[in-house]
Write a protein that binds this ligand. Structure first.
Ligand code: KG4
Ligand code: ZN
Length: 342
C-alpha cells in the first residue's frame, strides 16, 4: 500500500518594504505567488514609510485572498502561516505581522516569523527556483535595496555574516545613480536596461578600498555626481548624449566591487559554491559576469528565477516551510524587528 504523505500548505506573507505579497506553497512547490507593487512611491523617488504602511493596509486582504484563490486553497486547509518579521520598515512589517497573527489565531495554525534576508537566500530552495537546490556549505551574496551581504551558509538556519555594506546598499547605488541621471525610481532595472547598449569601459570610476569582506557604495554615488557636474559644465547635453555609456560604466564598477569581494571570500573560505539573492540579483550584467567567472574558475553558481529575486512572498513561504519541518514556530508574542541580525 502506498504510504500517504500529509500535504503541507503554507501561506507566506511579505510586507517589509514597498511590496505587499502573498504566496501559497504546496509541499516544496509554489502554487500561487501574488505581488502588489506600490506605485505611490514613484513620485517621491524612494519609499515613503508612512505611505508604505497605508498601502499595505489597503492591499493585504485582496492580496492574500488572490493568492488563496489562485492556489484553490481555503484558509481552513492551511498548515501554517509564515510572515516576514524583519528586518524592514517597522510600520510596514506591523501590517503583515498583525494580519498573520490574526490568521494563525482564527485558524488555530502555527505562526512562523521569517527573517527577510534569510528568505532571499532560501528562495533558491523553492523547487522550481533555480534548477538543482544548492548543497551546503555555500557562499551567498544578497543584494537588495536595503542590504548587501556576503554570507557563509552552513545549513538552512546556520548563517554567518562574512561582510556587509558599511554605508549604502548596492540597490541604493543603482537607484541614486539613476536619480542623478534623471531616470525613474526604482533605477536598478533602468540602469540594467541602458547598460546593455553601452560601453562599460567608456568612463572609469574608482573602486573603494575597504578592509576584509565589507563593501562601500556611497563613494561611487559621489564620484558619479562630481564627474557629471564637471562634464555638464563643459557640455549641458552630456548626460543625454552619453546615457548608455554612463549606465554601463557605473554598472561595470558596481559589478567589479561585488565580484572582487566574492573572489576574496572564495579564496578565504575555499567554498566554490555561490548562491545569489535579492532584487539586484535580477541584474543581467551581474548574472552574466558571475556566470563567466563560475565557468573560468570552476565555481557552482545558483541564481534564482527572476520572480524570486525582488521582494516576494514565495521566499517567505519556503523559509516558513523549512522551519515548519524543523518544528521552529513562533507565537502571538512575536513583534516586528526593524533591525535584525542574520
Ligand atoms: O530585494 P528588493 O526587491 O527589495 C529590498 O529588499 O530592498 O530590492 C530592490 C532593489 C532596488 O534598489 C532596485 O533598483 C534593485 O533592487 N533592482 C535592480 C534590478 N532590479 C531591481 N538593480 C539592478 N538591476 C536590476 N535589474
Ligand atoms: Zn528584499
Amino acid at each position: 500500500m502506498n504510504k500517504i504523505k500529509k500535504d503541507i500548505l503554507i501561506l507566506g506573507i511579505e510586507s517589509s518594504c514597498d511590496e505587499t505579497a502573498a504566496a501559497v506553497l504546496h509541499n516544496g512547490r509554489i502554487v500561487a505567488n501574488i505581488i502588489s507593487n506600490q506605485e505611490v512611491h514613484r513620485q517621491y523617488g524612494g519609499v515613503v514609510p508612512e505611505l508604505a504602511s497605508r498601502a499595505h493596509q489597503q492591499n493585504i486582504v485582496p492580496t492574500v485572498d488572490a493568492a488563496l484563490r489562485k492556489a484553490k486553497v481555503s484558509p481552513q486547509q492551511l498548515s501554517a502561516v509564515g510572515v516576514t518579521a524583519g528586518p524592514g520598515l517597522q510600520g510596514a512589517l506591523l501590517v503583515g505581522l498583525s494580519f498573520a497573527k490574526s490568521m494563525s489565531m482564527a485558524l488555530g495554525i502555527p505562526l512562523i516569523g521569517v527573517h527577510h534576508m534569510q528568505a532571499h537566500i532560501l528562495a533558491n530552495f523553492i523547487e522550481d527556483a533555480s534548477g538543482q537546490a544548492p548543497q551546503f556549505p555555500f557562499l551567498a551574496l544578497t543584494v537588495s535595496g536595503g542590504h548587501t551581504q556576503l554570507v557563509l551558509v552552513r545549513d538552512y538556519f546556520e548563517m554567518e555574516l562574512l561582510g556587509q555594506t558599511l554605508d549604502d546598499a548596492v540597490g541604493e547605488a543603482f537607484d541614486k545613480t539613476a536619480q542623478i541621471l534623471g531616470l525613474p525610481y526604482p533605477g536598478g532595472p533602468e540602469i540594467d536596461r541602458l547598460a546593455q547598449q553601452g560601453n562599460p569601459h567608456a568612463f572609469r570610476f574608482p573602486i573603494p578600498k575597504v578592509e576584509g569582506l565589507d563593501f562601500s557604495f556611497s563613494g561611487l554615488k559621489t564620484s558619479v555626481l562630481y564627474f557629471l557636474r564637471k562634464k555638464q559644465n563643459e557640455d549641458p547635453e552630456f548626460i543625454r548624449k552619453h546615457l548608455v555609456d554612463i549606465a554601463a560604466s557605473v554598472q561595470y564598477t558596481i559589478i567589479e566591487i561585488l565580484t572582487g569581494k566574492i573572489q576574496k571570500a572564495v579564496s578565504q573560505t575555499g567554498i566554490k559554491r555561490l548562491v545569489l539573492g535579492g532584487g539586484v540579483s535580477a541584474n543581467r550584467g551581474l548574472r552574466s559576469r558571475l556566470a563567466q567567472l563560475a565557468t573560468s574558475k570552476g565555481w557552482e553558481l545558483h541564481v534564482p528565477r527572476f520572480e524570486y529575486t525582488g521582494d516576494n512572498a514565495a521566499m517567505i513561504a519556503i523559509t516558513a516551510y523549512l522551519k515548519y519541518q524543523k518544528g521552529i514556530f513562533d507565537d502571538l508574542r512575536l513583534v516586528p524587528k526593524a533591525r535584525w541580525q542574520l
